[in-house]
Design a protein around this ligand. Sequence first.
Ligand SMILES: [Zn+2]
Length: 214
Amino acid sequence: MKKDITFCPNDAVANVVGVDVSMNYLITATDSKNKTLFIGGRHIKNKKAKFQRTRKSLQQRQTPSSRRRLKRIGNRENRWQNDLNHQTAKALVEFTDKSSLIVLEDLSGIRISTERVKRNNRYYSVSWAFADLRRNIEYKAKLAGIQTLAVDPKYISQRCPRCGHTDKSNRSKKLHTFKCNSCGYTTNDDRVGSLNLRQIGIEYRHAVSSQAGS
Ligand SMILES: [Zn+2]
């Protein structure tokens, strides 16, 4: 686990917020009171797929005007994505109390995440700039006096937050659901990610405060 955050002994972090990022919901955040915030969803994926479809048809035309339009559409898409990342990070920070700890997945190895989205009976590959979203969150959190922690995302979507049973088949990527094979706990798959990230944050906080106390 990363040790890039140092806590003072009397540095009371009351609230821990686990934040899962994905193409389905850009953000799924669960706080210590079990309040969950979902941001984004289907309409973002559909708009992404629409941009992708327009780009594809322009690429096939290969005329000077289609190339110009392609560039304009690319710029428009980037502006829309950057603005949405900005708004999403802002909403997350507003959801989070001051003196909280936000726990994010360390996606440093992943620049862009892609998913296949069905639109008008065809599949389109859509991607999102998650690294940019994370930078936005870290920056805005810092300004608001909220600490952030990036952790290894291994097993966070496979582990049951209730009993700890970890199995790939607990999660249905297709249905976006999580159902534990051992205890039967059922919820949205992105929410499971946020619950597990929150748990890692709570354990991290205990480890740091017991270190500080000894
Ligand atoms: Zn379970």
